[in-house]
Design a protein around this ligand. Structure first.
Ligand code: CTP
Ligand code: CA
Length: 226
């Protein structure tokens, strides 16, 4: 479908989108993070609003990006904060799209003072603990019946097989699978993907603007809301 032909097909629906990447603090000046720019999540929020949805955007460390017009933006930092915000917003949502890159691990301990070097001493190893899996949690414990839940995954090697396995493991309805490679870099304006459905469907999305991928995701969500 060309853009602009969707009219207000999401009117009357409330959707939640997570975007960006979580940061897990080590001390007041340092964190473990990732390269997610938040652009795909922001494109999802903008296109959903353009199609008439009421949108809550849970934004993890996306300070460079302007708030989309007419969208409720909830800023968060860590995976634990993202989980809390997503679960709260999901209670009233018809669809949840987890586009955020969630840190799988966080430092086991947070140092309230800056970690300092000591003369002649090796650094202390950093112990990590698992973060909660937000997508698996909301998929397994649907706060609202009929809710549509979408995940994102960047994969290498056997991209489709890895995506199928991940879709089953998470229990979501749709998984947008990106192949990580040469021109498909973090922070770019474009994306290429295959959207896998729990119903066995496979929707390829050619290399193009993140808005086009976002519109395809909302097409597939809208079919499942109907
Ligand atoms: N996700 C999540 N909570 C986590 C990790 C991931 O909600 N703790 C979500 C992401 O937002 C994304 C999807 O799960 O929508 C897939 O993320 P990915 O990192 O590919 O999945 P993992 O289960 O962490 O698998 P991997 O070991 O390949 O990183
Ligand atoms: Ca991960």
């Amino acid at each position: 479908l060309a853009r602009g032909t969707h009219a207000a097909d999401l009117a009357g629906h409330h959707v939640v989108v997570s975007a960006g990447g979580t940061r897990e603090p080590l001390d007041p000046v340092r964190f473990l993070g990732n390269r997610s720019s938040g652009k795909q999540g922001y494109a999802l929020a903008r296109t959903a609003a353009a199609r008439g949805a009421s949108v809550t955007l849970i934004a993890a460390n996306t300070t460079g990006l302007p708030d989309p017009a007419g969208v409720e933006v909830v800023p968060v930092g860590t995976a634990v904060q993202l989980r809390e915000a997503v679960i709260k917003a999901a209670a009233h949502a018809d669809a949840v799209v987890m586009a955020a890159a969630v840190a799988d691990f966080r430092p086991a301990a947070y140092a309230t003072g800056k970690i300092k070097k000591k003369d002649g001493e090796d650094p202390e190893p950093i112990t990590l603990v698992r973060n909660p899996d937000i997508l698996a949690e909301i998929s397994g414990d649907r706060p609202r019946p009929g809710q549509v839940i979408v995940g994102f995954a960047a994969e290498t090697d056997d991209v489709l097989a890895n995506g199928r396995t991940k879709l089953r493991r998470k229990g979501c309805d749709l998984l947008v699978v990106n192949e990580v490679g040469e021109r498909k870099t973090f922070g770019s304006e474009e994306n290429e993907a295959v959207v896998l459905g729990a119903d066995g469907s496979e929707t390829p999305v050619p290399y193009g603007p993140k808005e086009a991928l976002a519109d395809t995701v909302w097409d597939l969500v809208a079919q499942r809301l109907a």
